[in-house]
Write a protein that binds this ligand. Sequence first.
Ligand code: PMP
Length: 390
Amino acid sequence: MDYSKLLTKRIQQVRPSGIRKFFDIANEMDDVISLSIGEPDFSTPWHVRQEGIKSLEMGKTWYSPNRGFAELREEICKFFDRHYHVQYDPKTEVLVTVGGSEALDLAVRCLVEPGEEVLIPQPSFVCYEPMAQMVGAVPVIIETKEKDGFRLTPEELRAAITPKTKLLVLPFPNNPTGAVMRKKDLEAIAEVIRGTNLIVLSDEIYSELTYGDQQHVAFSSLPDMRERTIVVNGFSKAFAMTGWRLGYAMGPKELIAQMTKLHQYAIMSAPTTSQYAAIEAMRHGDADIVYMREQYDMRRRLIVDGFNEMNLTCFEPEGAFYVFPCIKRTGLSSDEFCEKLLYAKHVAVVPGSAFGNCGEGYVRVSYSYSINHITEALSRIRDFLKQLGC
Ligand code: PMP
């Protein structure tokens, strides 16, 4: 059968993620050091795992309510209020999802009509553009620049808005650049948005991972922004719970109701065991976050210094767990750099171009790995540059 005729044009046009390509090649090779995946190397804290185990021992293996357990939604709202000072109603304004990924997809599907425009600052996480394409929307890319600390500027935003613009994705703290938007940066964005009909999809999955004196500011905490913001967050990054597949969306009740309908048909309900564990994470996990953040911060400083010493200039990331060094001086494209490095030195990193065309000339390196692992990778990259004659 000719599947090129059977499969929808929309899905065929979506390009596969460039993140996993190098990871998959690396998996086939021996002695590879990978700094390619955006996943904590910590296991989920034991007291959190225990609550999942306990629920299984008690035979709590049924579906949960479509929106997620009421107890979990209450805890999520308390956590968000405690950390970011925005209040949501656990009954109507929260939906528990299968990772932040599902929440992003639901929001796009509920809000965007074919032909409408979705503004996507890039470099950014790989899923936004395909999600917009899958609903027949037009992704409009806004290139953030190293000279602006890879932040979205109000001028760039204003220039991108047209009568067809429906949604702005706000991906901060950012994967892959590590950029964060400070309060004044967000206020400038809010100023542009005020008076328009734009909805903001604020992907705050790395909100707990900010460094130095940078505290995360929730976009919905700014005046007038709550009513037009969907917050996406989750458990994967802050609590090292990637495999539990749990996240959430918060926003106006009309929108959450429609997202719940879609979630009910496509997913039914988020994993039950994971929700029991997540209740514990929300109640008693603050100290775990602090501990992991301190560890990431040490690794961050090691890796930033390492790249700068090699003269692969490295913008100092203030959030998430990635660095985004510039490799332009090697004369190689991002793809060539990653491929040669992998084959020559068995080190896997991700080409910046996987996160949008403007990521060309950079590579994404994750520091959610042990100090030993990072030190060895840096030493191999140093040798690689010597071999290149750089
Ligand atoms: N947003 C960003 C920016 C991410 O980097 C990721 C995962 N890498 C996600 C969302 C999705 O995370 P999850 O589905 O595990 O919650």
